[in-house]
Design a protein around this ligand. Structure first.
Ligand code: SF4
Ligand code: SF4
Length: 496
């Protein structure tokens, strides 16, 4: 067992209101500068939708992530050596049209225009050409399903649905959407690291944050293709790649990442996970249906004495181990099993997790009035407005049972709380629903407290950093990194 530590995050999608405050907080802190105008290290997408950059999930177009061929795990884009021999040719990049042409407005015009019969207007001006621009695309162009007939219908996750299911999803009265905030997943098997010919991207040994060395980056942009989440960006001004680094300068000083801090819906949870680095490769090779479970099995129980001993042997201090025991992320992912990785089938082993949204049909419109029919108030998972196949495509590598199990538990917790506070369902009935979902009443209470009533210190549980000791390890790690993203071979020195 090779125990490592990873800072991780959970997004509770039922709580996301799609306000984009997180995106703007990140933009203001990190990418509000020339060359980075189009970068959204944090963006929020409406699903169904095509996202940003458009159709980022389509790996036939971009060749991001990994594939297993004859039991060999390799980056879809190709191996580093092959890429190095062809550094000036990479056709699998998003173009400016896939992102958008960044623009600003001629604000001065509003104040300085000569007197005339009409109000002055501030027209959009391209930040690339400096010319007037008719804005036709942007990072949130299909926000709230705006233009869904063009955008949402092209969502690649809908490919799992039959024509009838698609039609049902888009029928006006059943139209439904939800938000998916996205940042870099700080993967355990990062596609970006694996394809970088200059070795500029690396995973920090002490906390798993994936960063780009601005000194080493040569601007070849293979990382942009290799990341299946499209979370590395090329800065046209500096000629280097950039990406989310989980606000490590903030977390090292005990502050939450900007997106976390700004989140209006308080949907984000941050904590530490311990995992077994020895099994990364074998887990990443697991067939799709078993991938989520396999990834879960990589995450280790910080209360298990064998894990603790192995962690200590790797230099993980007791202060970090005790923080891992209080991790809200561990609870969501491992204990409760209600937080799932986004597109596990990309095989990068993403280390951010999502609580899928519960979207049951609550009522129908009968002759202009609200009609519950014979549904319970919160409905049933089977009646979900979004077909399970779609959810499974996003959150469980196509395995419907996994996403259904998580949603059932979430709905049973709701029913239980409803029974206690509203009383239109007996606690006995609600407890039976809990039992069916494999959830005890204690667990239901804990999930309720963590999702509905968490304090800041429940949502944000990070260890004290010993950065000075980690610098040396990180340097060694860069030197030793193997050809794939799996190579961070020295245990970190850390702890008192
Ligand atoms: S491959 Fe993973 S770690 Fe690398 S940029 Fe993409 S999401 Fe981040
Ligand atoms: S700030 Fe929070 S609630 Fe608002 S869009 Fe971002 S993740 Fe969602």
């Amino acid at each position: 067992m090779d125990v490592r530590a990873q800072i991780s995050m959970v997004f509770h999608l039922d709580k996301c209101i799609g306000c984009h405050t997180c995106s703007l907080a990140c933009k203001n802190v990190w990418t509000s500068r020339e060359g980075a105008e189009y970068m959204w290290w944090n963006n929020v997408e409406t699903k169904p939708g095509t996202g940003y950059p458009t159709l980022w999930e389509d790996q036939t177009k971009y060749r991001g992530g990994w594939e297993v061929k004859g039991n060999i795990l390799r980056p879809k884009l190709g191996r580093r050596l092959g890429l190095l021999s062809n550094i000036f040719f990479n056709p699998f990049l998003p173009t400016m049209d896939d992102y958008y042409e960044p623009w600003t407005y001629k604000y001065g015009q509003l104040f300085n225009a000569p007197q005339a019969d009409d109000q002055p207007t501030a027209r959009a001006v391209s930040k690339v050409t400096g010319k007037f621009l008719d804005v036709e695309a942007g990072p949130n162009w299909d926000d709230d399903m705006s233009g869904s007939s063009i955008y949402a219908r092209n969502d690649i996750n809908l490919s799992a649905l039959t024509d009838a299911e698609r039609e049902a999803l888009f029928r006006t009265e059943q139209m439904v959407f939800f938000y998916v905030p996205r940042i870099c997943n700080h993967c355990l098997n990062p596609g970006c690291v694996a394809v970088c010919p200059s070795g500029a991207i690396y995973k920090r040994a002490e906390d798993g944050v994936v960063v780009v060395s601005q000194e080493k980056c040569r601007g070849w942009r293979f990382c942009v293709s290799g990341c299946p989440y499209k979370k590395t960006y090329y800065n046209w001004k500096t000629g280097k790649s950039e990406k989310c680094m989980l606000c490590y300068p903030r977390i090292e000083t005990g502050q939450p990442s900007s997106c976390f801090h700004a989140c209006v819906g308080r949907i984000r949870y941050k904590g530490l996970l311990l995992y077994d680095a020895e099994r990364i490769e074998s887990v990443a090779k697991t067939p799709d249906a078993g991938l989520v479970e396999a990834q879960r099995s990589l995450i280790l129980d910080p209360n298990d004495e064998r894990v603790v001993a192995a962690a200590r042997k790797n230099g993980i201090g007791d202060d970090w181990i005790s923080v891992a025991r209080k991790s809200p992320v561990y609870k969501f992912v491992k204990e409760w099993g209600i937080a799932l990785p986004l597109h596990a089938e990309f095989r990068t082993l993403p280390m951010l997790f999502y609580v899928p949204p519960v979207l049951p049909v609550l009522a129908s419109n009968t002759n202009g009035s609200y009609d519950l029919g014979n549904r319970d108030f919160f409905g049933k998972v089977e009646d979900s407005r979004v077909p399970m196949k779609y959810m499974a495509h996003l959150f469980s590598a196509g395995n419907e049972e996994i996403v259904k199990k998580a949603l059932k538990k979430l709905m049973a917790v709701r029913a239980y709380q409803q029974a206690k506070s509203v009383g239109n369902l007996s606690v006995g009935q609600a407890s039976a629903q809990l039992a069916e979902a494999g959830c005890s009443t204690d667990e239901a209470e804990a999930i309720f407290r963590m999702t509905a009533l968490p304090r800041f210190e429940d949502r944000f549980v990070l260890p004290p950093y010993h950065r000075e000791e980690a610098i040396e390890t990180t340097t060694e790690t860069i030197k030793q990194k193997g050809e794939t993203g799996l190579g961070f071979t020295r245990p970190p020195k850390r702890g008192p």
